[in-house]
Write a protein of this length. Structure first.
Length: 285
């Protein structure tokens, strides 16, 4: 990796993001699937306090949860599906023929997803302030916590999403393979309702994944200490959150380039043509 490769990747990611913004249909559908669903649920279910935590608004809890889930879904659903689609279309095969093409491709994909995440988070926080009674952080310490939670939360899923994209059998099956586990983790990770309402074994499973810890860090910024009554151990546990998110980030950063390079090496013109023939035959049926 060198400065030239990083610059190429940054330009590629910026170009993809600008194309996303110009594609009105894709942009609007993405916003409806994130900000629109969030607003609908907040207006429907957000008008009361969290059970067992007087003074902690359910709407604000859902805001913190949806911000965490927007990061999570962009990194672990949208990104793997995009990489799997690029593999099927031969993009990775073409990148393999260019010097440092695969690392530049990976940087570009990461930049694009990071920009998407930034857009979703900004719009969701603005909607939370306007419709959910969300109060933005009042102290520099809270802003710093918000920043490192979002950065580490993003780093914990984006490289992992790239690794999944290298392993998935194809874009057509990606959504089916990933959607159910993602929905399950969302339900048990405390982003929509307190995780302490779940059985203890489920709580331990939730704490093994980054979504729970990012949601916990965001709740520490936006919710009052009254919410601690509904948290595991009665504490925000920010040091543990940083450690777990950092560990997932490091694992993903080490794993993703290796798997993506291996996937690129496996590609060949013959294999790509055969895969395209199979998809065409399935489409004809």
């Amino acid at each position: 990796m060198n400065v030239r490769v990083a610059k190429i990747g940054l330009r590629r990611g910026r170009a993809e993001y600008m194309q996303f913004l110009r594609n009105r249909q894709e942009f609007v559908s993405s916003l409806v699937g994130t900000v629109g669903v969030y607003l609908a649920l907040v207006l429907w279910q957000g008008g009361h306090d969290v059970e067992g935590a007087a003074g902690a608004s359910q709407a604000v809890l859902m805001t913190a949860g949806f911000v965490a889930f927007a990061v999570y879904s962009a990194g672990l659903l949208s990104l793997p599906m995009s990489i799997a689609a690029d593999r099927e279309e031969g993009t990775l095969l073409r990148m393999r023929t260019v010097p440092d093409g695969v690392p530049a491709y990976l940087i570009g994909r990461a930049v694009y997803v990071l920009a998407q995440i930034g857009t979703y988070v900004a719009l969701m926080l603005a909607a939370g302030v306007a419709f959910a009674g969300l109060a933005l952080p009042a102290s520099p310490g809270d802003w710093l916590t918000l920043a490192w939670v979002l950065v580490l939360g993003t780093l914990s899923v984006v490289p992992l999403g790239a690794a999944l994209g290298a392993l998935l059998p194809g874009a057509r099956n990606a959504a089916g393979i990933l959607s159910l586990p993602m929905m399950g983790l969302m339900l048990i990770s405390g982003v929509m309702f307190p995780v302490t309402a779940m059985p203890e074994p489920v709580q331990w499973v939730a704490q093994a994944f980054p979504l729970y810890w990012q949601g916990l860090g965001l709740r520490s910024v936006f919710l009052p200490d009254a919410m601690l009554a509904a948290e595991i151990g009665g504490s925000w546990r920010l040091a543990e959150a940083a450690a777990v998110l950092g560990a997932w980030s490091l694992a993903g950063l080490l794993l993703a380039p290796v798997l993506l390079l291996r996937a690129a090496r496996r590609e060949s013109g013959t294999r790509l043509a055969r895969a395209q023939e199979r998809r065409a035959a399935q489409g004809a049926l």
